[in-house]
Design a protein around this ligand. Structure first.
Ligand code: FRU
Length: 480
């Protein structure tokens, strides 16, 4: 009843982070952390989906198994670097040595392993690239999730890390052959970011360096950092960049080693998503150069559950691919336009207060534009979940009722400092049986969250306090 129609999900068992996402030889590939047969998590393999268009995904099978000494307790997360007709995968081999260890500072191996594929499906033997002894001596055993990219003749690798005294860090390695890597920089992040940074990413958007990472252990606040672990990006807003460049007497062309130390501060950190279920995203470049982000629509160790999906033998999924664009240093994430190929049964209507849209579909897409609103507006699905926006405070709120959030309560987003200045312009809601993705103002603010309606046969979407235009579509099946 809750399995998605158009979001990547495990055939059965457990899914977490997207891995190795890339465009290679005419196809899109998304690998994922996969525990087959274990819907509550367990042994980590890499599962594999591929697609001609980022919309219709086909499950290919298991791509990497934890089958050697250096990854025997899990083929953990990593990336795919595509160059010269080869897909090169770098990932973390997790090892837990038997014994009485804390598994933080002792007893664990986190090795960087590499393998290659020329057809995107069959993988070469694994090479061991780095082991814990290669990391700086003040690092704990937790050093993982390599991201590799190229600049000129040099290759860089960024690894997420936790220091021995539990502070967040990143390690930057450099190589000219992708086999021998030398430590270029240890980046000690702002301690307000907690104790660990997972799943780093690095890319340029509008020529700005963007570092993404998942900090664990931040202090929670009323309108930010509300989940157990956070996921976001570091970049400078236009005004911050100007100040930084003039203070440091540099032009705006930055190399990673020049800005990394500066960037990893809470003041440059923005969360990707304000919902309950978003973590460990990866970006990649589409065939036409768009920067695409896919996230895990889940969070590890969350205090809410997905029991209804576990009862069906599976847990978790991905978000739809989102295009990233930047305005005034803020990143917008919006579903790729190709998703429109899944649209059927289009309906258009005018929204006025107390208007209700009925649907019998389990998976739909709703776009609300031309919003004119009174002080408080709300959209409520089945009396279960509501999105409210208050024009005075410029705060947007997602609230679950009737326990259809399986323990999820309220998430808030303060929109006042965003490029729109808190004006509500448009809302897009993607629903897929048990997953909601809510994109506000072209993806300036996004809420991703699981939602378990008691039924799909007559879902109602009620609007209050707004006048608007709405376009509604049912969505076709896209996962096989
Ligand atoms: C993030 C993460 C990664 C790790 C993987 C293991 O969710 O903890 O840091 O590589 O999951 O599945």
């Amino acid at each position: 009843m809750y399995r998605h129609k158009y979001h990547i999900l495990p055939p059965e068992g457990w899914l977490n982070d997207p891995n190795g996402s890339c465009y290679f030889n005419g196809k899109y590939h998304v690998f994922f952390q996969y525990s087959p047969g274990q819907p509550e998590g367990g042994d980590k393999y890499w599962g594999h989906y591929e697609s001609p268009d980022m919309v219709n995904w086909k499950y290919v099978g298991i791509a990497i198994s934890p089958d050697m000494e250096y990854d025997c307790d899990g083929a953990y997360s990593g990336c795919a670097y595509v160059d010269d007709g080869t897909m090169e995968i770098f990932y973390t081999g997790n090892v837990k040595h038997p014994g009485d260890y804390d598994y933080i500072n002792e007893g664990r191996g986190h090795n960087v392993l590499a393998l290659k594929s020329v057809d995107g499906t069959n993988m070469s033997d694994k090479d061991v690239i780095l082991v814990n002894a290669d990391y700086p001596s003040d690092m704990s055993c937790h050093v993982r999730d390599p991201k590799v990219w190229r600049e000129g003749e040099d290759y860089f690798m960024l690894l997420g890390a936790r220091t021995r005294d539990s502070k967040p860090a990143l390690l930057l390695y450099k190589s000219n052959d992708k086999k021998n890597w030398k430590l270029e920089q240890t980046v000690y992040a702002d301690e307000k970011l907690g104790f660990m940074l997972e799943c780093p990413d690095y890319f340029l958007l509008n020529d700005n360096i963007v570092i993404a990472a998942c900090p664990q252990g931040m202090n929670h606040e009323e309108m930010q950092f509300q989940n157990i672990y956070e996921s976001g990006y570091f970049t400078m807003k236009d005004s911050q960049l100007g100040d930084y460049c003039s203070e440091n007497n540099i032009d705006e062309t930055k190399s990673p080693d020049r800005v990394l130390d500066e960037l990893l501060q809470v003041k440059y950190f923005t969360e990707w998503d304000m919902g309950f279920d978003f973590y460990a995203p990866q970006s990649f470049e589409a065939a036409d150069g768009r920067r695409i982000l896919i996230g895990w629509a889940g969070v590890p160790d969350a205090p809410y559950n997905n029991d209804a999906s576990v009862a069906e033998g599976w847990q978790h999924s991905m978000t739809v691919p989102g295009v990233l664009t930047m305005k005034q240093g803020h990143i917008y994430r919006y579903p790729i336009r190709e998703l429109a190929s899944l649209h059927i049964n289009e309906r258009r209507c005018e929204i006025e207060s107390d208007r209700v849209i009925h649907t019998t579909s389990e998976s739909w897409d709703l776009l609300i534009t031309e919003i004119g609103a009174s002080e408080t507006v709300s959209i409520t699905i089945n009396s279960d979940v509501s999105l409210t926006y208050d024009r005075n405070t410029k705060v947007c709120m997602l609230t679950f009722h009737n326990n259809t959030g399986s323990g999820r309560g309220v998430r808030k987003a303060d929109m006042s400092e965003l490029p729109s200045g808190g004006a509500l312009e448009n809302i897009r809601i993607l629903f897929d049986k048990s997953l909601l993705e809510i994109y506000i103002n072209d993806g300036e603010t996004v809420f991703t969250s699981r939602y378990y309606p008691k039924h799909h046969d007559d879902m109602t979407i009620r609007f209050e306090g707004m006048a608007a235009e709405a376009t509604y579509w049912d969505m076709k099946e896209a996962i096989s």
